[in-house]
Design a protein around this ligand. Structure first.
Ligand SMILES: *Cc1c(COP(=O)(O)O)cnc(C)c1O
Length: 307
């Protein structure tokens, strides 16, 4: 008999590493990109990696998964698709009660519901309280075994899968071990997992740079340390000025860069995370000295948001 647990184990066992390839050279910085947008069209990018241990644990313990997100959340999209594929019960608590009106729902929310996710729409003030909000309190009182997953799928389990990004990079013979690795940051769980992988492989010389897409994201230094106390031995930092105005802001300069990038390299980007990430890396390369180095951009996916 196949169970959700067998199916999830089987899926991750057979999931191939994502490819990486060369882009261009700027000021002797050879730029490469690791294409996690190619791991899965529905449960895409870093969201698939973050869900790995969460899905396995939920199936093992036979628990439903309740999580949070805004109307365009890549995590909600991924969790709903995973629930459908692996036969797990999923619930989404969505920011904005006006979205209960089907006429106001975008493709992300419609697809999540079509994938069987039960959505609960809450006001912005209630949403801010997350698991302590009255809707979640009531739901989990009636169903105490439901597992509450933070926004973005960002709990300690998420680091299991995101640390695998480093396992793949060090074993990929088609690319050099990078001097610098760049990734986009929202909650910081992806960066924390990458740093955990770097610790495991003893990559103390590799520089890791997180590019937050939120304005004023220096709190992420504490978040990352809280996830992963061993990171103090690593060479890592946050590029705090590459948010292009703040979360969800898409100034025309950014959109022009994304159009140019897609045209030039035939790599799709989206404006919330990977567009800002690539723009930041190209800007840093142009400002850099002439030392020859390999820089690797981690493409975290998120293309469902383009629909
Ligand atoms: C969610 C998301 C991120 C942010 O990941 P965190 O682990 O929250 O930092 C980055 N890129 C894409 C495409 C995402 O969907």
């Amino acid at each position: 008999m196949t169970t959700p647990l067998n199916n999830i184990q089987d899926f991750f066992t057979h999931l191939p590493p994502t490819p990486s390839h060369y882009l261009t050279t700027i000021h002797n910085k050879r730029l490469w990109i690791k294409r996690d947008d190619m791991n899965d069209s529905e449960i895409q990018g870093n969201k698939l990696r973050k869900l790995k241990a969460i899905l396995l644990t939920a199936a093992l313990q036979q628990r439903a998964l309740l999580s949070f997100g805004g109307a365009y959340s890549n995590h909600i999209a991924a969790l709903a698709a995973a629930g459908k594929r692996f036969d797990l019960t999923t619930l989404g608590v969505i920011r904005g009660e006006e979205l209960a009106d089907p006429n106001r729902q975008n493709a992300t929310l419609k697809t999540a519901q079509a994938n069987g996710m039960q959505l609960h729409f809450v006001s912005r003030s209630e949403y801010r309280h997350k698991a302590k909000g009255k809707t979640v309190q009531q739901l989990t009182k009636d169903n105490p075994t439901w597992w509450i997953i933070p926004e973005g799928g960002s709990n300690q389990h998420a680091l299991v899968g995101t640390s695998n990004i480093i396992d793949e990079i060090v074993t990929d013979k088609t690319i050099p071990t990078p001097d610098t690795l760049f990734c986009a940051c929202g909650t910081g769980a992806t960066l924390a997992g990458i740093l955990q992988g770097a610790v495991r492989h003893g990559l103390h010389d590799m520089r890791v740079v997180g590019v937050p897409v939120l304005k004023g994201a220096d709190f992420l230094y504490d978040t990352i340390r809280a996830f992963n106390p061993r990171v103090d031995n690593l060479n890592w930092s946050l590029q705090l000025n590459a948010h292009a105005g703040g979360y969800g802001k898409t100034p025309s300069e950014l959109l022009t860069f994304i159009a140019w990038f897609q045209q030039t390299f035939a790599v799709p980007l989206e404006p919330i995370y990977t567009g800002k990430l690539c723009h930041a890396v190209f800007t840093l390369a142009k400002q850099s000295d002439s030392k020859a180095e390999d820089w690797l951009i981690y493409h975290s996916g998120g293309l469902q948001g383009n629909q």
